[in-house]
Design a protein around this ligand. Structure first.
Ligand SMILES: CC(C)(COP(=O)(O)OP(=O)(O)OC[C@H]1O[C@@H](n2cnc3c(N)ncnc32)[C@H](O)[C@@H]1OP(=O)(O)O)[C@@H](O)C(=O)NCCC(=O)NCCS
Length: 349
């Protein structure tokens, strides 16, 4: 048994001791560049329907997904991350040597430890950066951007690489009707760094832990090892409950991020929600009363739901196809297992 310590007395004067120095960083942070990696193999609905007794029509109608990308053996979490990060660095005009911190958002790096971020940083040639993984599932990338902006403003780092990456096919049950057609693989990355004006609005983030079980791994690793026939645990989801939560609760979070950025929805150019389901995207856009002028990311149609990679992949497509221009204001919002969520308005690099 541990010995409890006495509560701190808030009125007890602190004995004289040297004051610790602190850091101050850049006045503002911004997204300086973006990159993406999409696996080569395109998988149409027709390839999946037999195992889940479904149809191309049902999947398109219920989710908006036509095709997705599945990684092959050579397209590892590390390989996809490095490819996306290299493009983001080149887009930002930043050398790997200038990166002080690497944050990798993922739930499908299949080792409990170590994190994959140090290996990615090493392959990129970043000299001894802080490098760590974060686990906030589909909301991970927006958590990473929020953290990175604070690191830059707080002076703990000058340039931060934020990567969202998933190889969800490693934890996908191809016979599960509720998930097999939804999840997919890919990577997206941004460089966050100092800026003369604010390029990343305040993050609005949180969690609804009472719904911890709504999206989860079927078994924890200890359970896997004690069953008679150990098998890889898979993703499982209470689809309808998640659908309702995302459609109704997340619009409020998006509106709060817009308000905290000091703008209105009329100022937005782009809406880049987590690519969970096209119907969730439409419900959120309606509920937030986004004007018709706001261009909406619909990457899910050809990419599926790539969890932590979905927001940067969707924004990357908009930039590549001219739907998001440099200087545009984009509302990012991501949500998923936990249930965790995060949103912020960013200036498109
Ligand atoms: C998964 C999802 C598409 C299922 O759609 P849904 O309308 O909720 O489907 P339901 O589970 O209520 O089932 C409706 C019907 O479709 C059937 N069905 C379920 N999955 C099916 C499939 N893959 N193919 C064909 N029919 C299916 C059910 O049997 C049911 O039939 P019934 O009405 O005859 O009983 C939807 O719930 C969803 O998108 N949820 C959120 C997913 C998400 O965003 N996840 C990620 C968050 S990070």
């Amino acid at each position: 048994m541990t010995t409890p310590i006495d509560p701190v007395d808030p009125v007890d004067p602190v004995s004289p001791r040297p004051a610790l120095s602190t850091t101050t960083g850049a006045t503002h942070a911004a997204v300086l560049g973006i990159g993406a990696y999409r696996p080569a193999r395109v998988v149409p609905n027709s390839e999946l329907v037999e195992a889940i007794d479904s149809s191309d029509e049902w999947i398109q109608q219920r989710s908006g997904i036509r095709t997705r990308r599945f990684a092959d053996d050579s397209e590892s979490v590390q390989m996809m991350s490095v490819a996306a990060a290299r493009e983001a660095l080149a887009h930002a005009g930043i050398e790997a040597g200038q990166v002080d911190a690497v944050i990798v958002a993922t739930v499908s790096h299949m080792m409990q430890t170590p994190a994959i971020a140090p290996a990615i940083a090493h392959e990129l040639g970043c000299p001894k950066p802080a490098a760590f993984d974060i686990s906030a599932a589909c909301a991970g990338f927006c958590h990473g951007v929020g953290l990175a902006a604070d690191l830059v403003r707080g002076g703990s780092a000058r340039h931060v690489l934020v990567i969202g990456v998933e190889r969800l096919t490693d934890i996908l049950d191809r016979t599960d009707r509720g998930t097999a057609f939804i999840f997919a693989d890919g990577a997206g990355a941004v460089v966050v760094g100092p800026s003369e004006t604010s390029g990343i609005g305040p993050v609005v983030w949180g969690s609804d832990g009472e719904h911890f079980d709504h999206i989860r791994q079927t078994l924890d690793w200890r359970d896997v090892m004690t069953t008679d026939s150990p098998a890889m645990p898979a993703l499982t989801m209470q689809g309808s409950a998640v659908f309702r939560w995302a459609s109704f609760t997340m619009a409020k979070v998006g509106l709060e991020a817009v308000e905290r950025a000091g703008i209105t929805v009329d100022d937005l150019d782009c809406f880049v929600p987590h690519q969970a389901n096209m119907r969730i995207t439409d419900a959120m856009a309606r509920s937030m009363k986004l004007p018709d002028s706001v261009r909406i990311a619909r990457d899910i149609a050809d990419q599926g739901n790539t969890s932590a990679a979905s927001v940067p992949l969707a924004l990357h497509r908009m930039v590549a196809e001219g739907d998001a221009r440099s200087g545009d204001l984009a509302l990012l919002i991501a949500f998923g297992a936990g249930l965790a969520y995060a949103a912020q308005v960013v200036v498109v690099p």
